[in-house]
Structures are given as C-alpha cells and as structure tokens.
Design a protein around this ligand. Structure first.
Ligand code: GDP
Ligand code: IMO
Ligand code: MG
Length: 424
C-alpha cells in the first residue's frame, strides 16, 4: 500500500473496522479519525491482548505510527484521558504520536445527561443511542453553542461559554441534582486536563497536509457505518455525524483528492445495535446462532446486537454514497456452520420490486427482503490466510458479493486476530 486509504463501515457499524485499520496501519505512516466520538468501539486483537478503542485511532497500537483526531470528532476529554491511561497500562507509549485538533468540539458531562433525557422523552421511538452524549454535542456544534478544545486553554472564555449553557439548557440543567448538570464541577475538571491537552493539540489539517507533502501515507479510519450516516442513513435512527467518506474530508480539513482508495468494510452478515429498520433481521434461531458464534455484543455498551443476513441492497447504497473501490469482508468464519446462507438481493414494497434503499423511512420499514439461498461450506475457515484455501462455496459467496457490488475484494477476515486474514 503506497497510497492513502479511507476505511468506511458499509452497514450499521461494528463491521470490524478496528481490525482492518490495524491491519492496514502497518503500511501507513499516519492514521486519522475524522468523525463520531466515544460512541465507537473498535476492537483489535494482537496475540492474546484485546484493545477496544473509542476515540483514539486504531493505528496507535503500532509503535511509531502518528495518530490524529480531527476537528470533526466530538471529543469527550474525560473518556480520552481514560483511554490514554488504558494504553499506558497496556504498555503503549503514545507520547509525541497522538495529536488532537484544537478545533474539535467537546462532549461534556451535560451532553450525556441530555442524551439520556432525550432518549427518555422519545418514549417508544427512542433511538437506542450509546448514551455517550454524541447527538447533543453535535447539536451544540451546529447551533454554534459548542465548546471546543481550544476553549479549554482560555479559562475566562471557557467559564463564559459554560455559563451560557445554563441559559440555553435550563430545562435540563436548572434544579437538577445530577452532577453532570454542575457547570462549576465541569469547569474544574476541565482545568485538571489542561496540561494533558496542551501536549496533544495541533492544527490537524495543517499537519496532515505537510505530512502528505513529505510523502507520508495516511489511513483514514471511519467510525460507525454508512447506514448510520446522519444524511444518508436510516434517519432518525442514525448517529449525528457523516459516517460516509465525505466526513473524512470535512472532519480533517482536507480536499477530495487526498484519498486514493476507499475500502468498505462489510461483515459477512449484518448486525445493528439500537432501534430502526433492518430489513434482513432474523428474529429466529438463525439470528441467535449468528449472535452466539459472532459474539455480537456491543464493544462500547455491551448490548446484544440484532443479527440478520447480508443485505446487498443496503450495500449497493453504501458503495454508491462512499464511492467504494474495494471491500474487506469480515467474520466469514462466523458462517462456517450454516448449511444454507441467505443473501438479500432486492426488496419488495407493496408487491413492487426495489433494488435500491428507499429514502423514506416508512417505506424502508415495510420492505420485504428477496433472498437468494446459497449452500454453505460446513467446515472451519478460521485462520485461513489464502483465498485459494477457502472452501469452494465460501469463494463463490465472496465472488457473488463482489460481482453484485462491482468492487474488488481486497481483504477477507477469517478470525478476530491480526494474522487471521486473507490479503487478496
Ligand atoms: P468496529 O466497530 O467496526 O471496529 O467493530 P467492533 O470491534 O465493534 O466489532 C467487531 C467484532 O468482531 C470484534 O469483537 C472483533 O474482534 C471481531 N472480529 C473482527 N473480525 C473478525 C473475524 O473475521 N472473525 C471473527 N470471528 N471475529 C472478528
Ligand atoms: P462503531 O464505530 C454500532 C448507533 C447506536 C444508535 C445510533 C445513535 O463501533 O462501528 P449515538 O450514540 O451515536 O447517538 O447512537 O447509532 N451507533 C453505533 N452502532 N457501532 C458504532 O460505532 C455505533 N455508534 C453509534 O447504537 O443506534
Ligand atoms: Mg464497534
């Protein structure tokens, strides 16, 4: 790999982006996160050690790689501190190789409080957010009420902007005895983090551009998945950022020509956490089997993930809106013991055929999947590292996906560990 690659999730998140980024990071110099926040949970397993990263780019595990958190990320400074302590505990030295944009907005304790209240207020229409304060922080950013990393270093401005929150968020904060509503406490706790953040801040756009001018290779690490994109996903059952490749550019301050290849990460089946339409969801024993074998429990919240068959209609959407060039198919091994595997090749809505995702959520909620059933391979593929060593039916399954999507398969993942991988 001697080009800049953007890694994006093609489904509803948790596709295995962490593993793929970790893998590709060995060939990059710089790894950058551009959107989302601590709602992400990216798992990397190296040897016997498991790392789950929420804010810090997955490339940090590789000694010597430089990692950036861009302006488009909403940073919970306390979560970041915890993650840094976790890295130190694991013997990973991040000093001098992790940098944070001073233009990034902060997720503060009151955002989490508001996230919880808003979810409660939605009642039966709740989204099932990660409760990490992501939505409320992006609301503040867009409404120009946010507090940025740079504000941490100007105590007077910080206090003024915090006090302003009491006015505009009175309905949540006034009279609350929840400590997250306590603005003075938040101010004091932020001050404690100033020395740490002073060492981390930079102008990410400027530094990345300079790095590329010096011939460095950049890997863009997407968070969440395309179907959770705030514009093009299953809104309002979405996250609050652009999870698609455009988010990588605005979230880091770069122009469109810096990305040479878009790699879409595609789980060999589908999972979703939280509420919202999911046409191929399995409510039967096959769904449970996928959850059991795939160990489908949230890396951030521990919630059981909803499971279903691969949905090519949703994937066509993801490929189009991201300009995906190639895909990394993950968790193929999870399908090893299914004698029949279904793939959704189209939808029907009131008797009419659809080959694309309808933008109206009410329609998407009522589509029925049209399946093609293929024979499974009934043998263990765990740890296979050569495409030709895969059973014939597994090869056909992969070719069928790539042909439909008109993309190359770049990587096939046959286990959670770094080396359990086929580079095609
Ligand atoms: P991300 O959010 O896209 O980085 O994905 P998560 O880390 O939330 O979830 C993916 C899960 O699948 C993690 O537990 C990974 O360790 C695991 N995983 C990744 N690739 C594979 C694979 O090929 N096979 C198996 N069995 N597990 C995998
Ligand atoms: P990674 O990067 C899976 C989902 C939540 C909820 C919706 C909105 O690990 O793939 P939010 O807290 O963002 O306001 O929640 O989005 N969600 C994710 N689902 N993987 C993620 O990240 C997710 N981040 C958010 O479950 O349905
Ligand atoms: Mg995850």
């Amino acid at each position: 790999m001697n080009k800049n690659v953007a890694v994006v999730g093609c489904q509803w998140g948790d596709e295995g982006k962490g593993k793929i980024v970790d893998l590709l990071a060995s060939k990059a110099d710089v790894i950058a996160r551009s959107q989302g926040g601590a709602n992400a949970g990216h798992t990397i397993i190296v040897g016997d050690t498991k790392y789950v990263l929420h804010l810090i780019p997955s490339g940090i595990i590789h000694p010597g790689k430089i990692c950036y958190i861009g302006n488009g990320v909403v940073i919970d400074p306390f979560a970041l501190k915890e993650e840094l302590d976790f890295l130190t505990e694991k013997g990973i030295d991040y000093s001098g190789r992790l940098f944070v944009s001073s233009a990034a907005n902060l997720v503060l304790p009151y955002h989490k409080l508001i996230d919880a209240v808003e979810e409660r207020n939605r009642g039966t229409d709740s989204i099932g957010t990660t409760m990490r304060g992501i939505g409320p922080a992006y609301v503040d950013k867009v409404a120009r009420n946010g507090i940025r990393v740079a504000d941490m270093f100007a105590p007077d401005r910080l206090r003024k902007r915090l006090e302003h929150q009491l006015k505009i968020k009175a309905e949540y904060l006034t009279g609350s005895d929840d400590e997250r509503a306590d603005i003075d406490r938040t101010f004091d706790k932020l001050q404690e983090l100033v020395p740490l953040f002073k060492k981390l801040i930079c102008d990410v756009s400027l530094e990345l551009t300079q790095a590329m001018k010096n011939g460095k290779i950049v890997l863009f690490e997407g968070a969440q998945g395309s179907m959770l994109d705030v514009d093009l996903g299953t809104y309002p059952y979405a996250t609050s950022s652009n999870t698609t490749v455009g988010g990588a550019l605005t979230g880091l301050g770069l122009g469109p020509k810096v990305i040479d290849e878009v790699v879409g990460v595609v789980k060999a089946y589908v999972t979703r956490v939280g509420a919202g339409p999911f046409p191929t969801e399995l409510m039967d024993s096959s769904g449970e089997k996928l959850r059991d074998i795939g160990d489908e429990f949230g890396a951030t919240t521990g919630r059981p993930r909803r499971c279903g068959w691969l949905d090519l209609v949703a994937l066509r959407h993801a490929v189009r809106i991201n300009g995906v060039d190639s895909i990394a198919v993950t968790k193929l091994d999870v399908l090893d013991s299914f004698s029949k595997i279904k793939v959704c090749i189209g939808y029907t809505l009131n008797g009419e055929s659809l080959s694309n995702v309808p933008l109206d959520l009410a329609e998407l909620s009522h589509v029925k999947p049209v399946y093609k059933s293929v024979d499974g391979w009934n043998c263990d593929t765990t740890g296979i590292t050569r495409f030709d060593d895969l059973p014939e039916n597994a090869q056909s399954y992969l070719r069928f996906i790539a042909d439909d999507l008109e993309v190359q398969i770049r990587i096939v993942s046959t286990g959670a560990k770094r080396q359990e991988t086929i580079l095609v």
